[in-house]
Design a protein around this ligand. Structure first.
Ligand code: GLU
Length: 424
């Protein structure tokens, strides 16, 4: 499935609309000052920049980039930069809002930001991608900083992109500033375990949710849409736990083995693009069929808005754990609620990424590296404590898992606003 296909039937709802609706729902359960909720409906500011890119053939192209700042009451803005043809200002604002909730639910001292460039990275050579990244870093330099706004990788960007970004910023500032971005290669201040972290946290949260419902991993079947960094690490984590991962996919299609796939034998989309759907498995499926498989756990870990009002009734999974950001629209969410299918939301499930970004930032500003064991142990502890806070809300209120998660986040953000007050 292409991004265009996946986004065709949900044009009715943008990321910012979904994010606002989720905020409003959570607010109905809490006694939060209406002024604070109103403030959180809007970004603090959004920057739009033009990036002149010199192509390898010497021609010039003007690209558009954005950086949205949503809320920084709890700390500097934090969130990824995506290179994707579908990037829009509205999408950046919606994704920045999700980062605000994500950092709050994890109780890490960051706010929400997000940005990107409207470009298809597949059309760029490595040299072009490097020139684009360096110029984008320079255009954003006035509004970012290790104590102000710390970007990170997202769709279409990776550790190499972050290394160029850090280098460009550092050259201009006249000092090496590893804390300006996270998700860098470990050799230049990146953290061990950062790349695996979002998928690992999806695995940890799925494990906790299975435990909550009393499901034995050995008896549990899992389907994962998107076998890139998030999906592959989640699938391998659950496979190690004893679950049976019966289907995985890439953009070209899905593979299915009712007896369970060997998830370490399937090369992920980042390791070798095209190898997932090309893998020799008993059955091939489309991405749409994967979403409708009769499995215990469905993990949409590819792109946003794949579960919509159009297909939510066809989903046969007993639980959904969101690996991607925003894979379900509000319509889909309503249908899952009606059908009593628990949906564990993205803002906790894939929050391992930003959590290990926080560890990376701590390592950068302290100039002290952590071992991968320490990173994984601390990630485990942070994920379990976030899960515990959500579970308490879920058990004491008649709400969905998504509402319970937003309640935890909104309560912490609102307390921050109350404490800091409005100035002047
Ligand atoms: N882009 C990732 C996310 O959506 C990571 C953000 C970060 O590490 O700052 O959570």
């Amino acid at each position: 499935m292409t991004a265009d296909e996946s986004q065709s039937d949900h044009a009715e709802e943008s990321a910012v609309e979904t994010a606002r609706r989720q905020l409003e729902r959570a607010a109905t359960h809490l006694d939060v000052d209406e002024g604070i909720v109103d403030r959180l409906r809007y970004p603090k500011d959004v920057y739009r920049v033009t990036i002149p890119l010199e192509r390898d053939d010497g021609s010039r192209e003007m690209l558009t980039g954005y950086r949205a700042h949503h809320d920084n009451v709890r700390g500097p803005y934090k969130g990824g930069l995506r290179y994707h043809p579908g990037v829009t200002e509205e999408e950046c604002v919606g994704l920045a809002m999700w980062m605000t909730w994500k950092c709050a639910v994890m109780d890490i001292p960051f706010g929400g930001g997000k940005g990107g460039v409207v470009v298809d990275p597949k059309d760029l050579s490595d040299d072009e991608k490097e020139r684009l990244t360096r110029r984008f870093a320079e255009e954003l330099r006035p509004v970012i900083g290790p104590m102000k706004d710390i970007p990170a990788p997202d769709m279409g960007t990776d550790p190499a992109t972050m290394a160029w970004f850090m280098d460009a910023y550092s050259m201009q500032e006249g000092e090496t500033s590893p804390g300006i971005v996270t998700g860098k290669p470990p050799v230049v201040g990146g953290s061990y375990g950062r790349e695996e972290a979002p998928g690992r946290s999806v695995g940890i949260i799925t494990r906790e949710a299975m435990d909550y419902y009393g499901w034995d991993p050995a008896e549990t079947t899992v389907a994962v849409q998107g076998f890139g960094s998030v999906g592959a690490n989640a699938a391998r984590y659950l496979d190690d736990l004893g679950a049976s991962v019966v289907a995985v996919s890439d953009v070209d299609g899905a593979i299915y083995d009712p007896d369970g796939l060997d998830t370490t034998d399937v090369e992920d989309h980042d390791e070798r693009p095209g190898m997932v759907s090309g893998y020799d498995a008993p059955e091939s499926l489309t991405n749409e069929q994967l979403l409708e498989l009769d499995v215990d756990v469905l993990i949409p870990a590819a792109i946003g808005n794949v579960l919509t009002g159009m297909n939510a009734r066809e989903v046969s999974a007993d639980m959904i754990v969101e690996g991607a950001n925003g894979p379900a629209t509000s319509d889909a969410d309503r249908i899952f609620e009606e059908r009593e299918i628990p949906v564990i939301p993205d803002i906790v499930a894939n929050a391992g990424g930003v959590t290990v970004s926080y560890f990376e930032w701590l390592q950068d500003i302290n100039r002290r590296k952590w071992s991968v064991e320490r990173v994984n142990d601390e990630l485990e502890a942070e994920m379990c404590s976030a899960w515990e806070a959500i579970r308490k809300e879920y058990d004491t209120r008649d709400v969905t898992w998504r509402d319970a998660t937003y309640i935890v986040a909104l309560e912490r953000i609102a307390e921050g606003h109350e404490a800091r007050g409005l100035w002047p």
